[in-house]
Design a protein around this ligand. Structure first.
Ligand code: F6P
Length: 549
C-alpha cells in the first residue's frame, strides 16, 4: 500500500444462519423475557425464593458454581437451554470430542480434549486413533522431566538443571506461566521456572542477567516455530549461552523444543531428538495440556501434571454428559450470552480471590477473545449479534481498591466471575478469613446494593445493586482443581462460539498486524521515506531520527 488508504468495504451480508438466530422464536422469546425481567430485581428474586442460592448452585467433583446472583429466573434458564438445543449444541459438543473438523477455516479438528483423555480412549483423526501418540509423548515428557529433576540430565559442564526458562508467546506461554504461578509452591525439585515471551528486550535481558548458564535449560515452545518473538528470544538465549560457555555443543544440553514442526526445529539448530511433539489439531491457546506444559512437568513432577489432566478430564466427562441445565460450562456460556446479547454487557470481569491465580485473567483473555472475538461466522457471513466480550480482571482484594468503583456505580453492566479457594495452602487464617469475607461481601453488595438505606443516602453514596455475578469455589488450589477450572472456561467458550456460529479455533485476525510489522521492520532501517499513511510514516521517521540514535 502506498500513502493512499483503501476505501472501506461494504459490510458483508448477514448469514442466513445468523439471521435465523435473531429471527428464531427462542431469540425473540428471550428478548421479550428480558423486558419482563427489567421490572424485577435480584433482591425480589431472592425474596420470592429464599432457597434460590441453594437451588442455583451446582457442585461437580468439589468445584462449585453459584449462579444465583445473576439477574435470571428459571424461565431464563429454560429459554437459554432451549436456545442451546435449537442451535444444535449437543451435536456440536459431540462433533468436537469425536475429532470432526470443527475448525472449519483451517480444516482441522480441535482436540485438546484428546490430550487429557484416558489411555484406553479412542479418538480418530483421519482414520487413526491419536491417543497412543498423545500418551507416547506424555511418556517421553515424564521420562525427560524425571531425568532433569533427578539430576541425571546434566548441562554441558556436568551440572544439574536449576532453572527452566520457557520461551514462547500467547498459548505457548500464558498457559504454563499461569499454571506455574498457581502451583509453584508445590515445586519440591529445587528447580524453578521463568517465562519469557515479549519481543521487547526488557523481558529476556533481566532474566538472563540473573541466570547461571551452566544450570539453565531453555524450553523453546512454538506450535509453528515461525513466531518472530519466540525465535528472536531463542536466538538471544542461544547466543548468551554460547558466549558464556564457549562450547558450540552446549546447545544440545541446554535447549529443547516443543513444536509441531520438526524441520523448523532442526533448522533452528535444536536436535529433533530434543523435541517434544504436538499436533495441528491442538490450538495454541488450548495447548497447556500438551508438551507445551513441559516446564510445568519438570518443576512440579509428572504426577502433578497427570493430576492437572485428570481435573480437566472430569470436566470433559461432565460437559459431554450432563443435561444442559445442570452442566457447568453450558450454564456459564449461556449466562454469558444472556449478559452480552440481552443485557448489553460489553465486558466480563474475572476476579480470582487468590493471588496464585493472578495470571488467570490474562490467560482467559487470550482463551476467550482470540477464540470468539470474531465478526464472521463459520460460513464467512457477518454475524448479526455481538460476540466475545472484553475479558479483564485482577485478583481480589487488589481490584477492590482499583476498579470496583466502576463495577458498583458505573454506567455499564459488567458481569463478574468471583473465584475463591476454600482452604489456603498456608495456615494464616486471619488472612484467609478476611480475603473470603471480601469475596462474599462484594458479590452481595453487587447483587443487592444498600437496599435498606438506599432512600436515605445521597445519590453519590447509594448502591443500586442488581449487578450480576457468578461465584466459583474450589476446595483447594491443586493441579486437579486448576485443570477443572481451565477446562470449565474452555468449554464455556466453545458453547458461546457454537451458539453465535463462530469458529473458536482460528485466529486470522492477528495475521495482518504480523505482516505489516514485517514490512515496517524492513523499511525502518532504510533511508527512503516510508510509504505508509502520514501517521505511520511520521512515527517511523521520528523513530529513525531519535530512537535509533
Ligand atoms: O498471536 C497468534 C498466535 O498464533 C497464538 O494463537 C498463539 O498462541 C501464539 O501466536 C504463538 O504461536 P506459536 O506457538 O506458533 O509460536
Amino acid at each position: 500500500m502506498s500513502a493512499a488508504l483503501p476505501h472501506s468495504r461494504p459490510p458483508r451480508e448477514v448469514s442466513p444462519a445468523a439471521a435465523a438466530l435473531t429471527d428464531s422464536p427462542v431469540w425473540r422469546d428471550l428478548s421479550a423475557h428480558r423486558a419482563e425481567l427489567a421490572t424485577t430485581s435480584l433482591a425480589r428474586l431472592f425474596e420470592i425464593n429464599p432457597r434460590r442460592g441453594i437451588d442455583m448452585s451446582i457442585e461437580r467433583d468439589g468445584m462449585v458454581l453459584d449462579y444465583s446472583k445473576n439477574l435470571v429466573t428459571d424461565q431464563t434458564i429454560r429459554l437459554l437451554t432451549r436456545l442451546a438445543t435449537d442451535r444444535g449444541l449437543g451435536e456440536g459438543i459431540a462433533a468436537m470430542f469425536a475429532g470432526d473438523r470443527v475448525n472449519t477455516t483451517e480444516d482441522r479438528a480441535a482436540l485438546h480434549t484428546a490430550l487429557r483423555a484416558d489411555a484406553s480412549a479412542s479418538v480418530p483423526v483421519d482414520g487413526e486413533n491419536v491417543i497412543p501418540a498423545v500418551h507416547a509423548v506424555l511418556n517421553r515428557m515424564s521420562d525427560f522431566a524425571d531425568r532433569v529433576r533427578s539430576g541425571e540430565w546434566r548441562g554441558a559442564t556436568g551440572r544439574a538443571v536449576r532453572t527452566v526458562v520457557n520461551i514462547g508467546i500467547g498459548g505457548s506461554d500464558l498457559g504454563p506461566a499461569m499454571a506455574y504461578h498457581a502451583l509453584r509452591e508445590r515445586a519440591r525439585s529445587g528447580i524453578d521456572a521463568r517465562y519469557v515471551s515479549n519481543i521487547d528486550g526488557h523481558d529476556i535481558i533481566p532474566v538472563l542477567r540473573d541466570l547461571d548458564p551452566e544450570t539453565t535449560l531453555f524450553v523453546v515452545c512454538s506450535k509453528t516455530f515461525t513466531t518472530v518473538e519466540t525465535l528472536t528470544n531463542a536466538r538471544t538465549a542461544r547466543r548468551w549461552l554460547l558466549d558464556r560457555l564457549g562450547d558450540p555443543d552446549a546447545v544440545g544440553r541446554h535447549f529443547v523444543a516443543v513444536s509441531t514442526d520438526a524441520e523448523k526445529v532442526s533448522a533452528f539448530g535444536i536436535d529433533p531428538a530434543n523435541m517434544f511433539e504436538f499436533w495441528d489439531w491442538v490450538g495454541g491457546r488450548y495447548s497447556v495440556w500438551s508438551a507445551i506444559g513441559l516446564s510445568l512437568m519438570i518443576v512440579l513432577g509428572p504426577d502433578a501434571f497427570e493430576d492437572l489432566l485428570a481435573g480437566a478430564r472430569t470436566v470433559d466427562d461432565h460437559f459431554r454428559t450432563a443435561p444442559f441445565e445442570q452442566n457447568l460450562p453450558v450454564l456459564l456460556g449461556l449466562l454469558g450470552i444472556w449478559h452480552r446479547n440481552f443485557q448489553g454487557a460489553q465486558s466480563h470481569a474475572v476476579l480470582p480471590y487468590d493471588q496464585r491465580l493472578a495470571l488467570l485473567p490474562a490467560y482467559l483473555q487470550q482463551l476467550d477473545m482470540e477464540s470468539n472475538g470474531k465478526s464472521v461466522d463459520r460460513d464467512g457471513h457477518r454475524i448479526a449479534v455481538d460476540t466475545a466480550p472484553i475479558i479483564w480482571g485482577a485478583p481480589g482484594t487488589n481490584g477492590q481498591h482499583a476498579f470496583f468503583q466502576m463495577l458498583h456505580q458505573g454506567t455499564t453492566p459488567t458481569p463478574c466471575d468471583f473465584i475463591g479457594v476454600l482452604t489456603p495452602s498456608h495456615s494464616r487464617w486471619e488472612h484467609h478469613d478476611l480475603l473470603m469475607s471480601n469475596l462474599f461481601a462484594q458479590t452481595r453488595a453487587l447483587a443487592f446494593g444498600d437496599l435498606d438505606e438506599f432512600d436515605q443516602r445521597p445519590a453519590h453514596r447509594s448502591f443500586p445493586g442488581n449487578r450480576s455475578s457468578n461465584t466459583i469455589l474450589l476446595p483447594r488450589l491443586t493441579p486437579f482443581t486448576l485443570g477443572q477450572l481451565v477446562a470449565l472456561y474452555e468449554h464455556k467458550i466453545f458453547v458461546q462460539g457454537w451458539i453465535w456460529g463462530v469458529n473458536p479455533f482460528d485466529q486470522w485476525g492477528v495475521e495482518l498486524g504480523k505482516t505489516l510489522a514485517d514490512r515496517i521492520h524492513g523499511e525502518l532501517r532504510s533511508d527512503q521515506p516510508p510509504g505508509f499513511d502520514s501517521s505511520t510514516s511520521q512515527l517511523m521517521q521520528r523513530y529513525r531520527r531519535v530512537g535509533r540514535l
